[in-house]
Design a protein around this ligand. Structure first.
Ligand SMILES: [Zn+2]
Length: 255
């Protein structure tokens, strides 16, 4: 039988990622992961002058082995998501230098908040990976690649990350928004059947539009616990580092 590329001879990998560093995640998602000894990646934008006090609870989350990732400071998305007409707003009006400064200020604050965290991954707000528009539009994936081990973008339903072939700075993810437990299980099993890495994106638990309901979230977590001998669940950082190691080993063998 062909040996798996994933640790423990697992068939596939899963990362559970959470955007925006909300109170709801601290109250609901973190305890549900901890009860099951699963590790997640939380993309926290440390906003406000009181960021050290406001985001202090994330220090304890990091201490438990979860990843605290960079989600920029300003969380600027495409202007298209705004109801008002402001040509100076949105990623369309930003330069690569401005987006880099925004990311680095978030990084400085996260390092102040969790000094011993080590390397982390990045997450594009609203899955938007470009600045400018039309003829001036350009990707800021290279900015993320300059500063992070990996970066998470969006993706289409049913598409996952190949351990060797995926762009680690444009990782595909699937939103778990309003999905049922069986749908979420179906996704992680589909990825495992292909030997790939499924990254699920969550916002809140029971929080309406962008949320997932508690029973559905518990259902996929329990499945991942029961199937931990077949499916490797870990942070975006640790799975990305594993992919880097695979690629380096392949390079050595090929060279
Ligand atoms: Zn976000």
């Amino acid at each position: 039988m062909k040996q798996s590329v994933w640790p423990g001879d697992c068939q596939g990998a899963v990362s559970l990622s959470f955007d925006d560093g909300t109170e709801n995640q601290l109250q609901r998602a973190v305890p549900m992961l901890d009860e099951r000894e699963l590790k997640g990646t939380f993309y926290v934008p440390p906003k406000g002058d009181d960021y050290l006090a406001r985001y202090a609870p994330w220090r304890a989350v990091a201490a438990k082995g979860h990843e605290i990732g960079n989600h920029t400071l300003s969380h600027t998305c495409s202007r298209n998501f705004r109801p008002d007409i402001r040509p100076e707003a949105g990623l369309e009006a930003m330069t690569l230098a401005a987006v880099e400064a925004d990311i680095l200020e978030a990084e400085r604050r996260l390092n102040e908040l969790v000094p011993d965290h080590g390397p982390r991954t990045f997450c594009f707000p609203c899955y938007t990976t470009d600045v400018g528009e039309g003829p001036t539009r350009q990707s800021y994936v290279p900015v993320a690649a300059k500063h992070f081990v990996a970066a998470r973008a969006g993706g289409e339903y049913g598409f996952f990350n190949h351990p060797y072939n995926s762009d680690l700075h444009h990782l595909l993810s699937t939103s778990g928004q309003m999905m049922t437990g069986p749908e979420l299980i179906g996704l992680v099993e589909l990825a495992a059947s292909r030997g790939q890495w499924c990254i699920l994106t969550f916002h809140g638990i029971d929080t309406g539009g962008l949320g997932v309901l508690t029973p559905a979230f518990a259902c996929v977590l329990d499945h991942l616990v029961r199937q931990r001998h077949r499916i490797w669940t870990d942070t975006v950082l640790r799975v990305a580092q594993h992919c880097l190691q695979l690629r380096a080993d392949w390079g050595h063998r090929a060279g």
